[in-house]
Design a protein around this ligand. Structure first.
Ligand code: NAP
Length: 259
């Protein structure tokens, strides 16, 4: 299927690895020029070079922490006007409800709620002016079904979801869509690190921790960054203009709900 977005420009945040990288690869395959971002320059430059070589698109790589004001300013300056924005950042650490201080909440809100909101506020006006734009926010299945040890994530992402629900309807008349993608467990560094935490806490091997988590997923496997990226590219395509303010769950059936 031709996604109809060849030649468009996309800013994909937190995209040297994992789900952000999957989104960047799929957009590049559709002919979209990219601005990639991550904190560590080495892996970021490698990702940029690999994507250029594989897809022949223009890739600008900006090493910066997207959750800081200075980092966002640097990335947005380099990006200029974009047609597509994919927001993403690392997730907050796990813990117990008794662990988290006000400062922990402020850090999580900054990273996983206020950062995507600031990025949207910066990019939406130009999209509205040109009468076309696509925003995809990477959130989490925890928005639909809480993950108790990820209370910081549950809270921050719920706040972002509420913001998107209203804002998506305000920008839709201008040909701009905003949707959220909700990953369940995907085979990325983040999943390995969470498996490592479970293994340590329960005194089991990493393989055993993974096998236990896979058994909780009806698809009996973790998702891949490639299939996640394919959905992102579709949501950014010409075909997805009528999909507005939705929360698309990619979880192998893990959330046990009818709707
Ligand atoms: P990942 O494999 O750890 O990749 C994270 C990517 O983001 C890396 O490129 C990393 O590069 C970059 N990054 C992290 N923090 C950043 C920051 N502050 N500024 C700029 N770049 C940053 O993570 P992932 O599994 O793809 O997860 C992506 C998001 O989805 C996270 O918010 C995670 O909580 C959420 N999620 C993931 C899963 C899952 O199973 N994987 C499930 C639910 C939700 P640097 O380290 O060099 O910055």
């Amino acid at each position: 299927m031709d996604l109809g977005i060849r030649g468009k420009r996309a800013l994909v945040c937190a995209s040297s690895k994992g789900l952000g990288r999957g989104c960047a690869e799929a957009l590049a395959e559709a002919g979209v020029d990219l601005i990639l971002n991550a904190r560590s320059a080495g892996p970021l430059d490698e990702a940029a070079e690999a994507i250029r070589a594989a897809h022949g698109v223009t890739v600008t790589a900006i090493a910066a922490d997207i959750t800081t004001e200075a980092g966002r300013a640097e990335v947005l300056r380099a990006a200029g006007t974009v047609d597509i924005l994919v927001t993403n950042a690392g997730g907050p650490p796990p813990g117990m409800w008794t662990d988290w201080s006000r400062e922990d909440f402020l850090r999580a809100l900054d990273a996983n709620m206020l950062t995507p909101i600031e990025l949207m506020k910066a990019c939406l006006p130009a999209m509205i002016d040109q009468g076309w734009g696509r925003v995809v926010n990477i959130t989490s299945q925890s928005v639909k079904s809480p993950i108790p040890v990820l209370g910081l994530s549950n809270s921050a992402r719920a706040g972002l979801t509420g913001y998107v629900a209203g804002t998506a309807r305000q920008v839709a008349p201008h040909g701009v869509t905003i949707n959220n993608m909700l990953p369940g467990i995907h085979a990325t560094d983040r999943a390995v690190s969470l498996d490592g935490g479970v293994a340590k806490a329960e005194g089991i091997s990493l393989d055993e921790a993974r096998a236990r988590r896979q058994a909780t997923i009806p698809a009996r496997r973790y998702g891949t960054a490639e299939e996640f990226g394919a959905m992102c590219a579709f949501l950014c395509s010409q075909h997805a203009g009528f999909i507005v303010g939705q929360n698309i769950l990619l979880d192998g059936g893990a959330v046990n709900a009818t709707l």
